[in-house]
Design a protein around this ligand. Sequence first.
Ligand code: ZN
Length: 463
Amino acid sequence: MKRIIYFLLCLVPVLAFARVQVQDVRVWSAEEKTRLVLDLSAPVQHRVFTLASPHRIVIDLANTRLTQPLPSNSHNSKLLRGLRSANKSTGILRIVLELSHAARAKSFSLKPYKNHSHRLVVDLTRTGKKKSQKNPVQTVTTTHKIKAGSDNKTPTNSAPQRVKREKNQPKSTTIVAAARDKPRDIVIAIDAGHGGEDPGAIGPQGTQEKQVVLAIAQKLARLLEREPGMRPVMIRTGDYYVGLRERINEARQHKADLFISIHADAFTHPKARGSSVYILSEKGASSEAARYLAQRENESEFIGGVNLNEKGDLLARVLLDLSQTSTHEASLEIADTLLAGLKNVGQVHSQHVQHAGFAVLKSPDIPSVLIETAFISNPHEERQLRSQHHQQQLANAMINGIRYYFYSNPLPDTFLAQRRHIINRGDTLSGVAQHYDVSLNQLRLANDLKGDRIQVGDILLIP
Ligand SMILES: [Zn+2]
């Protein structure tokens, strides 16, 4: 007995020494997701489980204690109502997350990286509710009635094909146009780099890349919302981190036609300046700067974390998928038009599209480009990046490039493929513009026309 007591006494200081400390708990919240990050003094054994009525998620950490009080507010999370903790006699620290809705939790550990310690990340995703869709699929059947005796005059803002179909119908009948006849929108996935845990690069004045790129992304999204036949999907809408593979998956879920990742990175040399456009290269980087930047971008995985369960078969598909060649060509062409647009805004870092191994560009079937809008490490460019006006100019340049590409390469089932006009004798450019209710400038831009000269038989794309 004596020996046992002696043994236990020896064990106590060992246990006290081995205790893991939770040094901080941080909360990042988005629309449907909330992320908890626990900063730890050492790796920890843990388990996570859910409880219902009321909805709770419990995190048990073995041999752990809290050194900081838990955050008192839930950081505007729509999911997380509160946090509480209890020390169990078994040395387990129990953290209870009180939820407003049912949610599922995924947890994973991160090793120390740069100024980050060991971390345990718990991602909460709301369940039992369909993800909100901005443009729900239209299921309502629309009905157009043509009045008897109507002269069927061409409506000025209708596509020619549509007019033709209506004309062929006998008068005084009802035409039922099913929603599926509607051309689909071109979906542009806009990926504001970094976020949450991962601030991205930081300028000499302290400007964080994650903030300026989100502002530019939001401006681009607003432009795309107003653009006929196009629809933006924001990969991240607030200040939270999304894993690089998750960004790709998100774009794929929305069936994106283009993935555009927006960044503003730092370089070792403060004088480095200008914007660059990158596409994926599996073989190697096109320059030292390209290699350096790709390395930095991919570091996000260590800072913001990647759930290892999400890795795997997608990567295998990337290497095997035969569609990669055409995706690569499309990426290069879009990158070219984007670079041309950016040249009008200011300095470009390189006259050509750059190649590097950015993980976020590895979609096998979605053309993907990454824009380094500027070097945040350059004091002049840092100031520009903070300016609303400059952010807007960058967004304008991007939408011009996107527009130019998709008008030149209209996808078959989209709105853009439907609006074309074949020049007849007597047509003028301004007459055509008026007929389709578009501005002369939009018409010139969509067709890459400098002046007003058109020829009989020319096919004009109507924006
Ligand atoms: Zn970046």
